[in-house]
Design a binder for this molecule. Structure first.
Ligand SMILES: *[C@@H]1O[C@H](CO)[C@@H](O)[C@H](O)[C@H]1NC(C)=O
Ligand SMILES: *[C@@H]1O[C@H](CO)[C@@H](O)[C@H](O)[C@H]1NC(C)=O
Length: 479
């Protein structure tokens, strides 16, 4: 209650309601208002790929409000509740985009790094790239995003460790960056925003990477260099696979007793193509939700690597691809009302103690002496970034989509708009919520329908009351 009134007081009456900030409790992300554990229904969002991050021209994926409205409207009807954004410029204004995604009931997971020189750790020689100006950049990202209630967490690194060689040198530096970010947040943010790592799913080093980041140095669970969450980019479920065939079962066995939340920071193998997305039923089914906190589909905008759900053109027009509809259909089979209303378990798992024997792979770093902050960094951690970027929710007067959006069958979609949700509401896929048959979500993974060929997945062929309601309130019909 306190938080809610604080937000209202801050923004005045016209501000759209805000999503409730999430908190890490044991292995789960918890909505403190509802007391429910949260499952990420996520989307990787990087319009234009890494070229979409162009600080020289004042451009990053969350700097154009109209583009965000367009994509938020389309992702809202898909059922997305979280976006992951990779490359951001802390000095651009993200207020409109953050406010649009907040109103649409979506959280944001933010990577603090970028591929530009000096803006991430160099995995070949991490000691050379760990310096104050680099850290200052990551802290500036925290400043830019810390005040949005829908900021779910920060990634201190993405796939910096991808084999035993990088596993030999990089881990202490990622823990150092994690520590510095957590200290920065502790000193300068109003709430404890989680910081974690997004790992490559390379089985030689995955377990060691997770253990290196979750373990307690000298048994101290509150050690600031310990990750608050752990995620992995996994592409092992391809086509009509299964819990066992994809190896998801071994991941569940591995992470079952994780001391921190675990989720897929990317998934969505694209061979065969178009995709069938049969993993959705399993990711949100009973075999996984006790261990994984959902996942992030890779990715929203089509690029050369062919993972996109939507062709996003330079002129702002969009053409939806068949995969968009397939994913929607798979989400529709899951009873998300049930999935998202599981009470937080309150279960706390103690992390293992950091010791050399915790590390299995020969050559992977097993030294838990974490480098001290580089010269000049502690002063920034103490006093804050200067000058300081800032972000705040703003009032959005018009939620309508300005750009032309065409469906996969060539029909243009009219009256598209983001539908601002009421207080505390989180966006959710529309299907399945009417049915409460227990266990229905488990079957979808194995009993996937034969996919209709591209083009025949046309609008309005499925009539479910909840969907009709959605299309009325949102002012358009997509399905
Ligand atoms: C720290 O970041 C801010 C915001 O980007 C920037 O203006 C400032 O010059 C940076 N300071 C250092 C020491 O790199
Ligand atoms: C662990 O790393 C620290 C810092 O690099 C170093 O001083 C120490 O000698 C290392 N310990 C072992 C056992 O290699």
């Amino acid at each position: 209650m306190l938080l809610q009134s604080a937000i209202v007081a801050l923004g005045g009456a016209t501000l759209a309601a805000a999503v409730t900030p999430l908190e890490v409790q044991g292995q789960q992300f918890v909505n403190t208002k509802s007391g429910n554990a949260f499952q990420i229904v996520g989307m990787a969002y990087q319009i234009g790929g890494s070229a979409g991050y162009d600080p020289k021209h004042g451009k990053d994926p969350l700097s154009n409000g109209d583009i965000c409205k367009r994509d938020a409207a389309l992702m809202q009807s898909l059922g997305v509740n979280t976006i992951r954004v990779y490359n951001l410029d802390p000095n651009l204004n993200h207020d409109e985009c953050a406010s649009v995604f907040n109103a649409a009931g979506m959280y944001m997971i933010i990577d603090v790094n970028s591929p530009l020189a000096g803006e991430s750790l160099n995995s070949g020689a991490p000691w050379e790239s760990y310096y104050a100006a680099y850290l200052n950049r990551t802290f500036a990202i925290v400043e830019a995003f810390k005040s949005y209630p829908n900021t779910l967490g920060f990634f201190s690194g993405n796939e910096v460790i991808d084999n035993v060689k990088t596993g030999a040198t990089v881990p202490p530096y990622v823990r150092a960056v994690t520590r510095d970010l957590k200290n920065y947040i502790k000193n300068h943010a109003d709430r404890k925003i989680p910081v974690g790592y997004s790992a490559a799913d390379v089985r030689d080093v995955l377990e060691d990477t997770w253990n290196y980041f979750q373990c307690a140095i000298d048994g101290d669970e509150d050690d600031m260099s310990r990750a608050d969450m752990f995620a992995l980019n996994s592409y092992s479920w391809c086509g009509e696979s299964s819990f066992q065939k994809s190896g998801y079962d071994t991941l569940v066995a591995l992470f079952k007793d994780s001391s921190v939340p675990v989720f897929y920071s990317e998934f969505g193998c694209n061979t065969p193509s178009p995709r069938v997305f049969t993993e959705i039923g399993t990711i949100y089914g009973s075999e996984m939700t006790g261990t994984f906190a959902g996942g992030v589909v890779y990715e929203w905008a089509q690029e050369d690597n062919n993972y996109g759900l939507a062709e996003c053109n330079d002129d702002g027009t969009v053409t939806l691809l068949a995969d968009y509809h397939t994913l929607h259909d798979q989400y529709s089979k899951v009873d998300f009302k049930k999935v998202q209303s599981v009470k937080a378990s309150g279960k706390k798992v103690s992390p293992p103690e950091c010791k050399a024997s915790l590390i299995k792979e020969k050559g992977f770093n097993n030294n838990f002496t974490i480098p001290a902050p580089p010269p000049g960094a502690q002063k920034i951690i103490d006093n804050g970034v200067s000058p300081k970027p800032s972000g705040k929710l703003v009032d959005i007067s018009d939620y309508s989509v300005k750009h032309k959006v065409t469906d996969v069958d060539g029909k243009s979609l009219s009256n598209l708009a983001v539908k601002p949700l009421s207080g505390d509401e989180i966006n959710t896929p529309s299907g399945g919520s009417g049915s409460s048959t227990s266990g229905s979500s488990d079957e979808t993974g194995n009993a996937a329908p034969t996919l209709a060929p591209q083009g025949s997945l046309s609008a309005a062929t499925i009539v479910i009351p909840a969907m009709i309601a959605l299309s009325f309130t949102a002012g358009f019909t997509l399905f």
